[in-house]
Design a protein around this ligand. Structure first.
Ligand code: DON
Length: 458
């Protein structure tokens, strides 16, 4: 082990997963699900933990390539497909988004309308499946299978034995579906819809697959292994929100409190969690607690969340903006050749051209700080501002709006504003009708402001 050059030390993520797996592997609590008879055949000792990072790197410990049926872990992904097909408002009219605080197979239906409480309980998932746009049941299932496959980054198939087993014993789900059709909240052929739902639950995955699927949600809908955009980012955000509040049924509140991650469990022993912009993580361990969640899975993901500091409510360390210069054209004039009279004017009045340079990324906090720096730097109106963002590498959507609005206000208050930015970012912030000007570099921006100042002097 110690002879130099023969062993690359294991990375800290794998080491962490192995350590958690080894320790929690000793837990023998919980029961393997048997209400779907085929699931009872699962090995209670099987235990795998997989992580997939945003760069598509996989970290595996234990039984991460054992195949099992996805069960309820399919629900958030099929919900994503329904949202992509119909949009949030239309889907919400059919399936609510309130944590039921009840078991996954509860009759969680709204009094009067029969609308299910959320898409993570069976009732809501059955309606969600029925919403997938397709000409017939076979095409609907094929869209679901293709969607799950795109999330996993490989072609998934159905465990026909699990499907047959659930189809033979799934009367509670049929009863739920008939109740909903009676209430008007489920529309269509009950038999076909429930069979499609059973097939969806029987799609075969491994813990390694589930980690890729979770990582795709964490990555704004882009599969980090294949690079394929599986769903648009707003849909990924909606799905993660639903998983955070409803993913673990009657354990959802305690889960969010302790692990602080959007998650989803299934009765075959799968459990996923997504840490936005960081990783997807999945566990396979069949013994379940009374709420139907994997005993070791819940513990393993809670520990992983603590170990890697993933809790959503942590204060993010995103203050990456550095203001690299706050000066004026008096100290930092352009190199444009000027005659003696112009040089004299600029030496005297160059301080009316404020220059603020920054680098890093702009989200809310950074933009708020930058705009305060701008306010402090500004000369009294009328004056000029060079906002040099050439080395800003990313502007978040909300930040671009804050920036655009402030620059527009400055122009209306009598300032002329010259912005330098990488092209894509300039486009992001600049709207038609904006009266501030974008330059390719700081030198041109300062020279332009100087020209405008001198033009004002005739
Ligand atoms: O409908 C059922 O009962 C199963 N096909 C799925 C339930 C499930 O996975 C609940 N999760 N913990």
């Amino acid at each position: 082990m110690t002879s130099a050059g023969t062993h690359i030390p294991v990375d800290p993520v794998t080491a962490g997963l192995r350590e958690i797996r080894e320790r929690l592997g000793r837990i023998t609590d919980g029961e393997v699900a048997n209400y779907i008879p085929e699931l009872a055949r699962a090995d209670p000792d099987a235990f795998g933990i997989a992580v997939v990072s945003m760069s598509g790197h996989r970290y595996l410990a234990g039984d991460t390539d054992v195949a099992f049926s996805i069960q309820s872990v399919s629900k958030p992904f099929v919900y994503a497909l329904a949202l992509a097909d119909l949009g949030l408002d239309a889907v919400l009219r059919r399936v609510n988004a309130e944590p039921s605080g009840e078991a996954y197979n509860a009759i969680s239906l709204e009094p009067g309308t029969g609308r299910p409480a959320n898409p993570m309980v069976n009732a809501g998932a059955i309606v969600t499946t029925s919403l997938i746009v397709a000409p017939d049941a076979a095409a609907r299932f094929e869209r679901i299978r293709a969607c799950l496959s795109a999330f996993a980054g490989r072609d998934l198939d159905v465990d026909e034995q699990v499907y047959a087993s659930e189809a033979a014993t799934g009367d509670r789900n049929r009863a739920l579906a008939y109740l909903m059709r009676g209430a008007g909240s489920l529309v269509g052929d009950v038999h076909e819809i429930v069979e499609t739902y059973f097939r969806q639950c029987s799609v075969r995955v491994t813990a390694a697959d589930l980690a890729v699927m979770a990582a795709t949600l964490a990555n704004g809908g882009v599969n980090p292994l294949t690079g394929v955009t599986v769903i648009q980012e707003p849909v990924a955000v909606q799905v993660l929100a639903l998983m955070a509040t409803c993913g673990l049924y009657d354990e959802a509140g305690a889960w969010l409190l302790r692990a602080g991650l959007p998650a989803k469990s299934g009765v075959s022993g799968g459990l996923i969690a997504a840490s936005p912009a960081r990783l997807g993580i999945a566990v396979y361990s069949p013994p379940l607690d009374v709420a139907g969640n994997s005993v070791r899975g819940v513990k393993a993901l809670t520990e992983a969340s603590e170990r890697f500091a993933l809790h959503l409510m942590h204060r993010p360390l995103q203050q990456t903006l550095t203001v690299t210069d706050r000066s004026t054209a008096r100290e930092h004039p352009s190199a444009r050749p000027r005659d003696a009279a112009a040089t004299a004017i600029l030496r005297r009045d160059g301080r009316r051209i404020a220059i603020v340079s920054a680098q890093g990324t702009l989200e809310f906090t950074e933009t708020e700080r930058l705009l305060n720096e701008v306010r402090t730097a500004l000369p009294p109106a009328p004056g000029w501002l060079v906002l040099d963002l050439e080395r800003v590498t990313h502007v978040a959507k909300g930040a671009a709006a804050m920036l655009g609005a402030t620059l527009g206000d400055l122009v209306r208050s009598g300032y002329e504003v010259a912005v330098t930015a990488q092209e894509s970012m300039a486009k992001e912030a600049h709207r038609d009708g904006d009266t501030w000007t974008v330059f390719a570099g700081r030198e041109q921006a300062v020279a332009w402001c100087e020209d405008r100042l001198l033009a004002g002097r005739g």
